[in-house]
Ligand binder design. Structure first.
Ligand SMILES: NC(=O)c1ccc[n+]([C@@H]2O[C@H](COP(=O)([O-])OP(=O)(O)OC[C@H]3O[C@@H](n4cnc5c(N)ncnc54)[C@H](OP(=O)(O)O)[C@@H]3O)[C@@H](O)[C@H]2O)c1
Length: 276
């Protein structure tokens, strides 16, 4: 891991550069709340924002981008297609609506939010169309297990650039991580902070040892595993704190200690068994 700055990037399988670190905005209310959170993040050097149509805050994200005055090419914006919109034509329509709400000409990364059975292959074909038309810089998936990815590799013509999944020390996704690496798919962590459940004794102990906070220990562990990470906060102090992970390194032994916490525990839904 050579990233030294909050906006440093990894290069995706199509040559596009994606910041290793960004701000998640799930459950951040639209309007002033999301605009403020993004402003705090941009002030702290973040250049990557992760939203989704279902979060209901794409408009606020768009307003924050406009308000920032930053050049569009300096920002990396991800949004996601919601499950009810899957299918070829409906995907193309939903994409236009997201773009309109975001007030953008393109998004940097468009993700299929969940692998809806019987739908995601057609949806992927629409994603390939959007990519070929230059409406999105990269296309990827979210919550895809190995078997879903194999299906896409078999039936699609473009390898997903990214797979965004739940990933943290209680869910280390070893098999999926290896599969993605082998196929050039960048893994990205959602709920990297276990949705705030940071009271594990090992985290407290390592935080003390490195002079960092439990959140910083987990986020640094993501980076050293070469997993893109997008912690969410609405508070300025935490937004700044979460970005303070580029000036220290976890030893191999401490990486292994965190790896050994795995319990295959999910805070979110199981991609093989969801009903939304
Ligand atoms: N693709 C998907 O299906 C999917 C699913 C879930 C999430 N995501 C994405 O991943 C992003 C992150 O995941 P998440 O929002 O589920 O959870 P998370 O980032 O793991 O945790 C967020 C929670 O931790 C708190 N927090 C933030 N920084 C903290 C710190 N330094 N110390 C202590 N607590 C802290 C936040 O509270 P405050 O806001 O009050 O600070 C919030 O309650 C989402 O926002 C979204 O963009 C994607």
């Amino acid at each position: 891991m050579t990233a030294k700055h909050v906006a440093d990037t990894t290069t995706l399988n199509n040559g596009v550069k994606m910041p290793w670190f960004g701000l998640g905005v799930w459950q951040t209310p639209d309007g002033e709340a999301v605009e403020q959170a993004i402003q705090y993040a941009l002030d702290a050097g973040y250049r990557h924002i992760d939203t989704a149509a279902i979060y209901g805050n794409e408009a606020g994200v768009g307003n924050a981008i406009k308000r920032s005055g930053l050049p569009r090419e300096d920002l990396f914006i991800t949004t996601k297609l919601w499950n009810s919109e899957q299918g070829y034509d409906s995907t193309l329509r939903a994409f236009e609506e997201s773009l309109k709400r975001l007030q953008l000409d393109y998004v940097d990364l468009y993700l299929i939010h969940w692998p809806v059975k019987g739908k995601y292959i057609e949806t992927w074909k629409a994603f390939e169309t959007l990519y070929k038309e230059g409406r999105v810089k990269s296309i990827g998936v979210s919550n895809f297990q190995v078997h879903h990815l194999k299906d896409i590799l078999e039936h699609g013509t473009i390898v997903p650039a990214v797979n965004q999944v739940e990933f943290h020390p209680l869910l280390t996704q070893t098999e999926l991580r290896a599969f993605c690496k082998e196929h050039g798919i960048q893994l990205e962590a959602w709920s990297p902070l276990m949705q705030g459940h940071l009271d594990l004794p090992v985290l407290q102990e390592l935080a003390k040892h490195y002079g960092k906070t439990p959140a910083q220990i987990v986020l640094r562990w993501d980076l050293q595993h070469e997993v893109v990470t997008i912690p969410k906060s609405v508070r300025q102090a935490r937004i700044v704190e979460n970005a303070g992970i580029f000036d220290f390194e976890l030893s191999e032994e401490d990486m292994a200690k965190l790896d050994s916490l795995n319990q295959n525990k999910r805070f979110g839904a199981d991609p093989d068994n969801f009903n939304f």
